[in-house]
Design a protein around this ligand. Sequence first.
Ligand code: SF4
Length: 253
Amino acid sequence: MKNLSKDLQQELADQYDISYGEVKLDKLSDDQTRKFLIGFNTQQDPRAIVETVIIPEQRRSTLCVSSQIGCSLKCKFCHTGTQQLERNLTSGEIVGQYMIAAHTTHDFESSNNKKTISNMVFMGQGEPLYNWRQLQKAIHILTHEQGLHLTKSKVTVSTSGVAPLIPKLASDLGGVSLAISLHATNNSLRDILVPLNKTYSLETVLEACRTYAAHMGIKRGRGKRITFEYVMLDKTVQSMAWKWIQVNRNASY
Ligand code: SF4
């Protein structure tokens, strides 16, 4: 900014950091899925790298962002679940992932109906509801009319089932969409695939979903909905899980 004095420029540089993060990898797959690895101050912390992905579909493109570096939950089918939780991302680092993706796709130069990124989902590394404060701030910046002004209903928070905070997505962040990483429809199998289920069972998560739905005015057959996500598991993983249930059931008799 040439209209600021050198002293002020220096002072701003010393006091504030306005970098969005550093793109370590930008890879386009054959199906046009675009994956970024984004680093945050990696000179000090080489492990501070997260994944951000643009997923193209026929009528929309969804930006999938991370909320933590690593994850404390250990979902059986997830690579991040094999890593330690390093730290929560700041709201700036969450918004930075959108800024990098939107700059890369030239969305800031395009009119609203020509933008590449139409939707956003918190489904990258980490459990977003375990980083509630920064998530809240980031969504505020992303959706505020003086911020990035994204449509709230097009921003989805995907959770593995942190039941106490699910209703707050409606009451404190009204209008944000909800997705549940379900992956199993009974507690015995879900306890293994998504170990958080031992803390918040399917019944507890579904009750929290009902409260969210009531706040949001979601009614059967109307436009708004809660998404339930399901991974298609390889037979080996499933049979290992069932074997585990069998062994433990037998052991408890
Ligand atoms: S909560 Fe998400 S990131 Fe964490 S282990 Fe489960 S699927 Fe992976």
